[in-house]
Design a binder for this molecule. Sequence first.
Ligand SMILES: [Zn+2]
Length: 441
Amino acid sequence: MARFSFAILVFILCTASAEAQRERCGTPEPTPTGAGVVPSDCGYWTNSPQPQYEPSCYYDVQVVFHVIQSNSGAGFLSAGTIQDQIDILNEDFQAIPGSPGAPGTDSRIRFHLATTDPSGNPTTGITYSNNNNWFQDSGSYWNSLAWDTNRYLNIYTNEVPCCYGYVSDFPSQGIAGQADDRVVLWWEAVGRQATSGWPGNMGRTATHEVGHYMGLYHTFCGGCGSAAACDSTGDLICDTNPQANPNYGCASSETSCGSSDPYHNYMDYTDDVCLWEFTPEQVNRMRCTLTYWRPDLYEVCSSDLGTNFCTSVANSSGSPATISVSGQASILANDMTLSAASSAIQTVGLFFYGANQVQVPFGDGFRCVGGMLFRLPPPLSSDTSGAVQRALDFTQSPLSSGPGEIQPGSTWNFQYWFRDPFGTGGAGFNLSDGLSINFFP
Ligand SMILES: [Zn+2]
């Protein structure tokens, strides 16, 4: 009986009363008896914001938009409108300066329209279909339309009679990989000049629903909750003030539970023009959710892992040596490994780094790194193909202290030097090209 009463209470607290004709959100509220599938740092009824989920390098998410139209073509969205919506997601999730989302928190989560479909073929990342039933959000259209929901964020647009948008369930319930894992948006609330008009005219419905898709609850979920247990009551987030009920419109102030409501938060129900932030802890929970519940959805740091520069000259093995990197450009993650390929075979070499980029003749090639140079001992020996690897440990000198200390936000340039006793040059050594890496927390 107590559980039943609590369920009713949560239902009342979490479910907005209708002010607008169309509800802001049709996402099912978490239920007190829902347990989630396994424990995690971002579970169904708990949250534990650990430092490894702080925004560091980018998580790149591939998106497919399924535009569902009526048989007569209602619900059409152009590729330009959909790209606008992708841009809005990026502005809001990355708090891009100069954009409406600038006041928020940079989650370092990026969204891209998919460029390859599940079969590996080129795609625009947009599908179009005509079906009157599907257009009313009826029928299991996802069984026909979904792309691998482990790998793609599937967004559907149709008439969604219930609301501006919804997600089918929360990731901690194991929805990832199911065909019905999805974000659904009212087609008129999509894009920068959405035709729905007030209050959903700036494309923030997608921001809100993708927040759910990444494990966030409404800021008013569970009502005031308990300040002493802010990680297991209310919205599970400690840096959003407790909130009794959803806010609509865009007032100059809203208070409940003895404090100001987080009515500028994307997870409230205020007008699009009034929404401009996720909090740091919400961002932490979203990145945790990707790590735990949607591990195949994103590529880690794919485009941040260094930019090659400078020239490498052929060595005795015949090919110019090249440098590359794997892992994350994250000090906290501490899992970066440098690699060199096509150096002289079974010979001694050393990685080094410095702050500046140069290109000066040196040995049989060019030195690409300038300024004060820092060696990464010990000397390494290449294998029979001339390949060599070295893991970086950001807790060890010189990476961790002194003038060579690598701090978050800094950029450093790396290169590989190696003995080349078989070379035709007189100096007997050569170098790879250079690699510039931006480092994150
Ligand atoms: Zn919602």
